[in-house]
Design a protein around this ligand. Structure first.
Ligand SMILES: Nc1ncnc2c1ncn2[C@@H]1O[C@H](COP(=O)(O)OP(=O)(O)OP(=O)(O)O)[C@@H](O)[C@H]1O
Ligand SMILES: [Mg+2]
Length: 308
């Protein structure tokens, strides 16, 4: 049985078909990338898996268990963690506290423990802090852990978000454009980090516009175009697929090569289907399900008929 299975997923917002029949699966500790031009439906697919959006039809299962209908916090509790295309750190909190917030999901403490400051509470708080330090070390955070997360440079905030996701001890990590806005050196470090996460036994679904990174790290690549899946295969096959080249590389085969930090795949001319030019970083999209952490059940924020 696959870890994650997405079958014939459809998602509509009123008249707009955001996802039109997406099927793919992810095995334990596998890295699968989902690529496609701006507006292809990639983030929406993540939002369906994590419970932010309710699919119009289709199935999503984690180890055979149906996910649609469960709250985002319940899905997180089943071992699915994510990062966001727009960073979602609590900017006023310290870096350490942001990551501590990740581990609270599996800590065993009650409200009473917290109120009475029982030994159990103190022990679990200590463990939570130790875990946060561990994951910040793991992602290689260089900045001040005790300072405000909002003060960290962009690349460091991306790392912190990954540390927070890892603190949840997920079996499946969904990364939405982790390399967006990073410089060449930081991208190489991100590639290394993704591999190290996989080595922990964590499966990863990666949305990314940097083709060098995608081709280097993925075992399989799923390609979306206007909500439709047009390819699913090994990177070396997908990059040669005429439908993929035609769909969003504008017939330029050379564009699928290159090292990390090279080519991106933001559509033929960098303009998405909704006509907005973007590079993945610093977007302001209500479509991702509101602000704040993913445990808060933002079912109401997206509009459209996806939440029926
Ligand atoms: N909550 C929403 N309400 C209405 N339309 C939405 C909503 N969320 C997404 N969409 C639309 O669905 C389509 C797919 O959007 P999505 O954000 O999933 O694309 P994407 O592949 O992640 O693009 P990008 O590479 O730019 O991040 C777009 O046309 C988008 O405008
Ligand atoms: Mg997106």
């Amino acid at each position: 049985m696959s870890l994650l299975s997405v079958a014939d997923l459809r998602l509509t917002f009123g008249g707009l078909v955001a996802i039109d029949g997406l099927s793919f699966s992810v095995d334990e500790a596998e890295i699968v990338s989902v690529i496609g031009p701006n507006g292809a439906g990639k983030t929406s697919a993540f939002n369906c898996v994590t419970g932010f959006y309710r699919p119009t039809s289709g199935r999503i299962t984690l180890r055979g268990r149906d996910l649609p209908g469960l709250r985002p916090s319940a899905i997180a509790g089943l071992g699915v963690a994510r990062t966001f295309q727009n960073l979602r750190l609590f900017g006023e909190l310290s870096v350490l506290d942001n990551v501590r917030a990740g581990s609270h999901l599996w800590l065993r403490q009650s409200v009473l423990d917290a109120l009475l400051h029982t030994p159990r509470y103190r022990r679990s708080e200590r463990e939570c802090t130790e875990q946060a330090h561990h994951w910040l070390d793991f992602v290689g955070l260089r900045g001040d852990r005790y300072g405000r997360a909002g003060n960290l440079p962009y690349g460091e905030q991306r790392r912190t978000e990954i540390a927070r996701a890892l603190a949840r001890r997920p079996d499946l990590l969904l990364l939405d454009e982790p390399a967006a806005g990073l410089n060449r050196g930081e991208k190489a470090e991100m590639l290394d980090l993704i591999r190290r996460v996989q080595a922990l036994g964590v499966a990863i679904v990666l949305i990314e516009h940097d083709m060098g990174l995608v081709m280097e790290v993925s075992e399989r690549v799923v390609v979306l175009n206007f909500g439709r899946e047009i390819a699913d295969g090994r990177p070396e096959d997908v990059r040669r697929d005429p439908a993929v080249i035609e769909a969003y590389l504008g017939g330029d085969t050379a564009a699928t090569g290159g090292e990390t930090g090279g080519t991106t795949t933001n559509g033929k001319d960098g303009v998405g289907r909704d006509g907005v030019r973007r590079d993945g970083a610093g977007k302001d999209r209500a479509a991702e399900g509101g602000t704040g952490g993913e445990t808060e059940g933002k079912d109401g924020t997206a509009g459209g008929d996806a939440h029926a």
